[in-house]
Design a protein around this ligand. Structure first.
Ligand SMILES: [Zn+2]
Length: 71
């Protein structure tokens, strides 16, 4: 993996589709994960794609701070 490949934060439950697996738009293998746009994609595949497309917002991390509501 490129050292420049970003690590995405996908902690929000909306990234997990309980309705089941769908083919990843990047590698074609089944995944229950969804991007912010609802595209089926493995997190690792999305990270690789983001590393290959710097500046593009197709795959992004969750906004910071959302998980700290109870802090
Ligand atoms: Zn994939």
């Amino acid at each position: 993996m490129s050292p420049d490949a970003p690590l995405l934060t996908w902690r929000d439950p909306r990234h997990y589709d309980h309705r089941g697996d769908r083919p990843c738009v990047l590698c074609g293998r089944p995944t229950p994960l969804r991007s912010h746009q609802g595209e089926p994609a493995h997190k690792a595949c999305a990270e690789r794609w983001a590393g290959d497309h710097p500046g593009d917002t197709r795959f992004v991390s969750d906004p910071p701070g959302r998980a700290r509501i109870h802090a």
